[in-house]
Structures are given as structure tokens and as C-alpha cells.
Design a protein around this ligand. Sequence first.
Ligand code: AMP
Length: 299
Amino acid sequence: MAYNGFGKSFVYLSMKIFHSSSELVAHVESVKKLGQSVGFVPTMGALHHGHLSLIESGIKENDITIASIFINPLQFNNENDFINYPQTPDRDSLMLQNAGCDLLYLPIKEELYPPGSIQIFDLHGLDVPMEGRHRPGHFQGMANVVFRFFQIIQPNRAYFGLKDYQQFIIIKNCIAPLFSKLEIKGVHTLRESSGLAMSSRNMRLTDSQKQQASCVYRLLKTQLNQLGEKKVGVLTKEIEAAFKAWEELRLEYVDFAEENTLAPWKEKGDPKQFRIFIAFYAGETRLIDNLGFGELSLY
Ligand code: AMP
């Protein structure tokens, strides 16, 4: 029994914390011998309710749920972004415990990446557009860490947020098939009541940056709804014009891409198969968001 940090109440804490991959492997093997299923949620920490919604899905669908926290240097193309990535380790483990997570894996970098373990994966070209264009090497770095996690943990199911849709589709199509019987689950983006997609990076925003960044969601919704009616060039110009009015924000890219292939919208086909993707800066902080037709009624 331990103090839970919030008010005076006490909670029973039963979450295990593992650093060593060999201990984790042994533990997972013992769990699987009992016929129990394992759900896995990789994160980079600085947790928020979006992360917890992945944990909740894991708990619902598996006998045990494992979360990892690791700020993966390989997937950062910008050194400053890596150095300044927010870290709230005590708060994170408390949040995971209180959410009912069974095990937290805090890997040792050298164990995750032993000499010679880093590979170049065939990402079927899904790493080329959007984030791939603006963050060279990011998806190879991400694919490497997720591949190693899957190798070590051998989960039955792994949970990824649709907030990072391009990441989700790359894992689902290119990395998961390398493991037998691994199911990849996409979880809808959790948003603030303002519409702003929850993100660890939001804690770096000033009030006015946050207020302007919150307007982007409504813009995405409006523009996606008009795909097929207005030409993509017109929709893009309208988005650029909206960004000119938000002095705290700077648009990096906006794209309409097919939800499975990420091929750009070419004024034909069913717009409902397409998603809108955006990346922008609020001050120095880079944010991404995306939306599909299936999600329009959710928020
Ligand atoms: P990160 O810690 O940013 O690497 O995120 C870990 C996982 O949480 C990824 O699968 C993200 O897509 C997911 N995630 C991040 N933000 C949200 C959100 N607002 N709603 C749902 N999932 C999220």
C-alpha cells in the first residue's frame, strides 16, 4: 500500500517495473505459460489521458498490459527536440499504476540496441510522404525501436494512437507482419474539450499558443468535409490563409492522403477513404494532427 500522491487517499500499488530485458522476457514467458494474453503500449512518457486510453484498451482486451517508456534517440531527427523532450517519470508511473497497468518496462538503451541490431526496414514507401519528408530517418528509427520491443515482449496485441496515423499504418503493414499472431490496434485520438489533440508536447505551449493551436482541429474538420467538392488546391489555400491569421502558428504541411496507402488525393475516388494530415509549429513546438471521416462524429 502506498501514498498515491493525490490528496490523502491510499491505493494498492501492484505495478511491476522492469529495466532488464532478460527479466522481462522471463516474466512474459511465465505469463504466457499460464495461457494469458499480453497487451503492449509503447510510449515516450510525459503521459496524458491519450496515452491512458491506450492502456485502458490494453486492459480490456488482455490478461496483462505492459507499457514502456523510452525516449528513442533513433527517431529524433532534431537533436534539440530530443534533448528537450518532456520527462515526468514519477508522475508517469503513478498514472500507469492508477490506470491499472500491470507492468512498466523502462529499457536499458544498450540492451535495446545491442551492437549490430539496428536495421533498415522495408517500409513499403509509407515513410516517404508527410512526416517522412519533413523528418528524415524518423520512421526507420521508430521501426527499429518497435521491432525490438516486439522481439523482447512478444505481445499478443499492441496499441498505437491514430494521432500518429502514419506511424500506426507503418507498424501495422510493415513491422507487425514480421511477428506471427500479433494484432495491431489503432486507438482514436483523445482531444481536449477545445479540440486540441492531447500531446506530451502541449505542456510546452503558452496559453495563447494553446488557444490558437486549438482552432486547428475545427479547420481540419471543415476542410475534410469539403474534400471532393472543392479542389485540393483551394482547400490548401484556405488553410494557408487561416494560418496567416494565427500569428503564433506556422504551417509546415497539410496533405489529403488515402488511409491505407497514404497516396495523395488526386480529385478522384471516394473522399471517405482519405484523411487530412497536418504539421505546424506553435512557437518552437512542432505539433501534428490528422482526421478521417469516421472520426468526424466522435468529437
Ligand atoms: P508518444 O509517447 O508520443 O510516443 O505516444 C505513445 C502512443 O500514444 C502512440 O501510439 C501515440 O500515437 C499515442 N498517443 C499520443 N497522443 C495521443 C492522443 N491524444 N490520443 C490517443 N493516442 C495518443
